[in-house]
Design a binder for this molecule. Structure first.
Ligand code: GLY
Ligand code: MN
Ligand code: MN
Length: 506
């Protein structure tokens, strides 16, 4: 078994080097050796390694920023949790098998792939960035084992799609006990369950990730009466919801990149530009700072378009006097940011824009502070609606005689989305972790109050109609003061106006 990528490379090089040196043994043939050496085929991988991509990774890391040891501990933590839960079920003899499929390539039309994005659960526990692979973990008592099933190397496919890691190097690269060709999964799985009287198969059958694998497993459910099936997703997400030091560093970088990219976009914006150009700017500025891509189709909404919460068309011209609401984040080495800023493209908030912006900013800061109390995200939302409601009453957007439930409902009407979600490898991260649970140090959440005043709103004075404002930051929960990871993106009125004034023509 190879102990590192370096060793795999060395062995391969020595073997080929030996063949070449015995063939060209005199000094006069040095040039030929050099020429031939250039043709040495180093082992290739289906993802960056520190030897092939030293600008991205350090020695010992499986993916940029995350060390091999961290992947091993993630897998152990999962199996330990399964065993612990199982002892609650009082069945210590049960064998456990966890099956986590990688994503498959999705095509936009014939042979034209979408940019590949790995299944986050698979990536989190394996570090493998290739499609059509499977991670299988087993626990028999205290005996844990890990197997990764990989696509075999295939010269023809690799000519088109680039290198694959293959089976030979995979166990060492990902730090698992063994690697097998993906074609052997079925045989391996069936013989494993046949060897064990009773096993619990942890597989998420509700979300089909690999259709062929899913079909086979569903067939097995029908015939195997000694097997029990259970969904592991909640456990995956509970583990993923608490970020490690290395993950926090990646999240900080993702937030820094998006913060700077949005700040730059504010500074170049001016009336007459198209939403599309601002989209292009934030995309470019994010990639130029090292992001792989934007984490989601950004909302770039001028004027009343901001009242459409999922506005992603970005095909309108921004008028003088209008604000732009930009909700954009990037993905940096598998970790996402999710930031919203709203600003006047001419550099000056109108009186109505200003008063509404001030209210949302105050509410947002209060909700960030509230995270110190380790509330549930649902409690933060409930409280946000109440505080926002009272403030909107002060500026006559909600009738003054509304109170209690009625006031909360009226505020909810202005902000019809939740104020917070977990953030991490996915934008709406760890969806199986309820927002009814208290937050814990190490979690990263968004805080994103907004107000959208429809032109049909019967309470709001007409001068507020069609204004849409949201302010969204990414916040690390810690003991004591929460840390705003997106703090590099200005949100104070004076700072926003100063930035937005930078590129005005007159
Ligand atoms: N950008 C999606 C969200 O804020 O939840
Ligand atoms: Mn957002
Ligand atoms: Mn969000």
């Amino acid at each position: 078994m190879f102990s590192s990528v370096k060793e795999i490379m060395k062995l391969r090089f020595n073997y080929l080097g030996y063949q070449i040196l015995s063939k060209y043994s005199t000094r006069s043939t040095q040039k030929a050796i050099c020429d031939q050496s250039r043709k040495i085929s180093y082992p290739t991988f289906g993802q960056p390694t520190y030897l092939t991509h030293p600008h991205l990774m350090k020695e010992g890391e499986v993916v940029p920023g995350i060390h091999l040891q961290e992947f091993k501990s993630r897998r152990s933590k999962l199996l330990e949790r399964i065993i612990r839960n199982n002892s609650v079920l009082k069945n210590p003899t049960l064998t456990h098998v966890v099956i986590i499929p990688s994503s498959s390539t999705v095509y936009m039309s014939d042979k034209i792939p979408y940019v590949f994005r790995q299944n986050s659960d698979f990536l989190y526990f394996s570090g493998c960035q290739e499609p059509d692979s499977i991670l299988l973990l087993t626990a028999k008592g205290d005996n844990f084992s890990s197997t990764i099933f990989m696509r075999k190397k295939d010269a023809h496919s690799e000519l088109w799609d680039g290198p694959r890691t293959g089976v030979e190097a995979a166990a060492s690269l990902f730090g698992v006990d063994q690697a097998l060709p993906v074609g052997e999964f079925e045989r391996f799985f069936i013989s494993f369950v046949n060897e064990n009287n009773k096993s619990m198969i942890w597989y998420d059958s509700a979300n089909i990730i690999q259709s062929e694998l899913h079909r086979k497993l569903m067939q097995l459910i029908k015939i195997a009466d000694n097997q029990m099936f259970n969904c592991p997703k909640t456990m995956f997400h509970q583990i993923r919801s608490i970020k490690s030091k290395a993950e926090i560093a990646l999240m900080q970088k993702s937030c820094d990149i998006a913060s700077e990219a949005i700040a730059k976009t504010i500074s170049v914006s001016r009336p007459g530009m198209s939403e599309h150009q601002l989209f292009a700017t934030v995309d470019y500025e994010s990639r130029m700072r090292g992001a792989e891509f934007l984490a989601y189709p950004p909302v770039v909404a001028g004027g009343k378009n901001a009242c459409t919460i999922h506005y992603i068309k970005s095909n309108q011209i921004i008028k003088d006097g209008d604000m732009v609401l930009m909700d954009a984040g990037c993905e940096y080495h598998g970790y996402t940011s999710d930031i919203t800023r709203t600003w006047p493209t001419n550099g000056t908030f109108s009186p109505q824009q200003r008063v509404l912006y001030e209210i949302i900013l105050e509410v947002q800061k209060e909700m960030i502070q509230k995270m110190k109390e380790m509330p549930t995200l649902d409690q933060v939302f409930q409280e946000m609606c109440l505080i926002l409601g009272k403030k909107l009453q002060e500026i006559n957007l909600i009738p003054k005689n509304f109170g209690g439930e009625k006031l909360v409902a009226a505020a909810y009407n202005y902000c019809p989305h939740h104020v917070s979600h977990y953030l991490g490898m996915d934008v709406h991260d760890t969806g199986k972790v309820s927002r009814g649970l208290t937050v814990q140090p190490g979690m990263i959440v968004t805080v994103e109050p907004g107000v959208y005043v429809s032109s049909k709103n019967q309470f709001a004075p007409p001068e507020f109609h069609n204004l849409g404002i949201r302010i969204e930051d990414d916040v690390l929960i810690q003991d004591g003061e929460p840390l705003v990871l997106s703090r590099k993106c200005p949100k104070e009125i004076l700072d926003i106006e100063a930035l937005a004034k930078e590129n005005q023509t007159s």
